[in-house]
Design a protein around this ligand. Structure first.
Ligand code: TYM
Length: 329
């Protein structure tokens, strides 16, 4: 059986991008694999949450994981900071990670460009911490969206480097896991780019009906098709992509035809899209709210998950320490 690991940063609530890009696959994966799903709360420190926000976000993501169908009886669902072996492996891997290669990663270069006043060392070594998350369970497969592809490549590099350096065949090289489907990129509502937590262009699983309606009705469109069968512009294509995730194929087809005939009214399309998103999100939101109320259940799940994760992590770390030469007299 393969070991699968995946994580979500606790920098806010889960949005439709997280759900359709990652979580939906997690639910399928847990049926066939030895799965570890965790909440990356150490990673969220690069954005300096207040202690209250940090705690609340971790709790929200845990409740959201459970509400979408992750099963704590089948998989280990845990909080990253509950597994202290991860930071130790991170320290060890850092010794063989080169500043030059870390500076060249796309996400680091983006941060340097977008927030030049806060280029902290945690951002530089973000891929090393991610590699530690993955390698601590000797994971074979890691489900990720397109945006995390390079980080996974770095994890493979560090695994290979460790094996080579100590002349062992210890860490597997973790592969992306996407059921042979293409990596999904769920678009945002602002006409361009992906749905993201920081972009403020997202619909969250916890959003109320009114908020969803408002966001969808405000989504960027264009001035409408003027020629029969004209090419669909990016903002409109994004609306169709979202529609294909939550609406029936007939509905998508109906609006595609209207577009091709130049009869489309974006207001009608948005109304339908909002309705279908609400239909999809409402039962999940209800479960999230119920689960969030049940502190005792959340505590139990997190404890049970941490215990499973620590058992696997401490075994790996013990072996790694032995390989490196930290041995008893
Ligand atoms: P994060 O929290 O940004 O995203 C979690 C997962 O959701 C996917 N995702 C998307 N997929 C498609 N379309 C979108 N618009 C979209 N937005 C997000 C992401 O690809 C990801 O799979 N660094 C990671 C967390 C992490 C991790 C790990 C993941 C830490 N350690 C080890 C895997 C393995 C992150 O920030 O993901």
């Amino acid at each position: 059986m393969d070991t699968v690991l995946s994580g979500i940063r606790s920098t806010g609530n889960l949005h439709l991008g997280n759900y359709f890009g990652a979580v939906k696959n997690f639910i399928k994966m847990q049926e066939e694999n030895n799965c570890y799903f965790f909440i990356a709360d150490y990673h969220s420190l690069t954005t300096y949450p207040t202690p209250e926000d940090l705690h609340n976000s971790v709790k929200s993501v845990l409740a959201e994981y459970l509400a979408t169908g992750l099963n704590p009886e089948k998989s280990a669902i845990y909080v990253q900071s509950d597994v202290r072996e991860i930071p130790e492996l991170y320290l060890l891997l850092n010794m063989n990670a080169y500043v030059g290669e870390l500076e060249r990663t796309t996400s680091f270069k983006d941060k340097v460009r977008t927030q030049p006043n806060n280029v902290n060392a945690g951002l530089l070594t973000y891929p090393v911490l991610m590699a530690a998350d993955i390698l601590i369970h000797k994971s074979h497969k890691v489900p990720v969206g397109k945006d995390q592809e390079q980080n996974l490549e770095m994890a493979r590099k560090f695994a290979k480097r460790f094996n080579h350096m100590y002349k062992v065949d210890y860490f597997p090289e973790p592969q992306p896991y996407n059921f042979g489907e293409q990596l999904v990129k769920v678009p945002g509502l602002d006409g361009t780019g992906k749905m993201g937590k920081t972009a403020g262009n997202g619909i969250y699983l916890i959003d109320e009906d009114k908020a969803i309606q408002k966001k969808v009705m405000r989504a960027v469109t264009d001035s409408g098709p003027t020629e029969l069968n004209s090419l669909i512009s990016e903002p409109i294509q994004n609306l169709f992509t979202l529609m294909s995730l939550v609406s029936t194929p007939d509905t998508v087809e109906f609006f595609k035809e209207k577009y091709a005939n130049c009869e489309i009214r974006y207001g009608d399309m948005k109304k339908q899209l909002a309705e279908d998103i609400i239909k999809f999100v409402t039962p999940i939101r209800k479960r999230i709210l119920e689960i969030k109320e049940d502190n005792e259940y959340l505590r139990k799940v997190a404890e049970q998950g941490a215990e499973k994760a620590r058992a696997s992590a401490s075994k790996t770390l013990k072996e790694v320490r032995e390989i490196i030469g930290f041995r008893k007299f």
